[in-house]
Each structure stands twice: as C-alpha cells, then as structure tokens.
Design a protein around this ligand. Sequence first.
Ligand code: CTP
Ligand code: ZN
Length: 158
Amino acid sequence: MAEGSGSKLLVSKIREGTVIDHIPAGRALVVLRLLNPPGDARVAIVMNAESRKLGRKDIVKVEGVILSPEQTAAVALVAPKATINIIRDYVVVEKRKASPPTVVEGILRCTNPTCITRKPGEPVKPRFKLVKEEPVTLQCTYCGTIITQEEVVNQLYG
Ligand code: CTP
Ligand code: ZN
C-alpha cells in the first residue's frame, strides 16, 4: 500500500529520482536535511502516513536526485527500516534496504568534551563503531562514549 488511504495517493508519483519510504514518523525533515537536495529540486514530504509495518511513517520524494551510497548509509542512521526506491521513467528500478554503516566517520561528533577528537587543533577525525542497529547506537572508537539514536538525530538535524 502506498501513502494515503485506500488507493488514493496524497502526493503524485515521481518521474525520476528517489523515494525514501518507511521513515519513522517525525523523521522526514532529518532525512531531507541529509539528502540536501538542490534548491530547485522538486520535493514531496508525507508525514504520518499509515503503515502496516510501522503504524505511522513518513515518506520523502526527491525528483532528480539519486542517492549516493554514502547518503544511503547516513539515511540508515536515522531511518534504519527505510526503503530507498530509485525511480526511472515512473518505474521503481531499484529498491535498497537501509543498512547503517558499521563504522561512521566524519558526520557525527563525540559528546565527550575531553575526547581526543574534540581537542582544538587535533587532527583526529571522529570515528564510531555501530554497536546496535535499532535504535541506532554508536560507540566512540577513541573514548568509548555511547551515542544514542536521539543524539544522532539531534546532531544531524542541528
Ligand atoms: N513511487 C513514486 N513514484 C513512482 C513510483 C513509486 O512516488 N513513479 C513511490 C510509491 O508511492 C511508494 C514507493 O515509491 O511510496 C515505493 O513504490 P512501490 O515499490 O511501488 O510500493 P510498495 O510495493 O508499496 O513498496 P514496499 O513494498 O517497499 O512497501
Ligand atoms: Zn570520544
């Protein structure tokens, strides 16, 4: 079942681009921020659509944008159950399951102020190990600090 109730669509199908489906309700805007589409890209967001799997879900559709593997991994950090549908000429040509990366480098910072990655002028890039997929839980490689799902969302949205 697509977004909307019964056979009615809330937003139209797209011709070319990416549809991220099965986003936890409330996370659509974080996902959109991660995708960072060009200012003139056509974007549709559905929030709180009905979902058999999730109860409620969000959907993000971006016309003209095909996600890179790095973007797909980043999306998985905030939407571990998401499906990434690649659309060409109105047809779903590829369906990727989001899968959080086992090592996260660069996109998040350690919350421990004394961590070596937080030292001014210290060229140590933050690095985390995935310790749990859902809710996403990460651990700093350097100081062992645990980063929770909420913290990941806050940092990526901030
Ligand atoms: N979609 C779209 N434009 C298209 C084709 C599909 O916006 N040209 C959207 C659909 O509305 C749906 C998602 O892409 O939200 C996935 O499409 P499809 O695989 O046809 O739907 P389902 O079979 O319901 O997907 P799933 O099994 O992954 O739940
Ligand atoms: Zn640390």
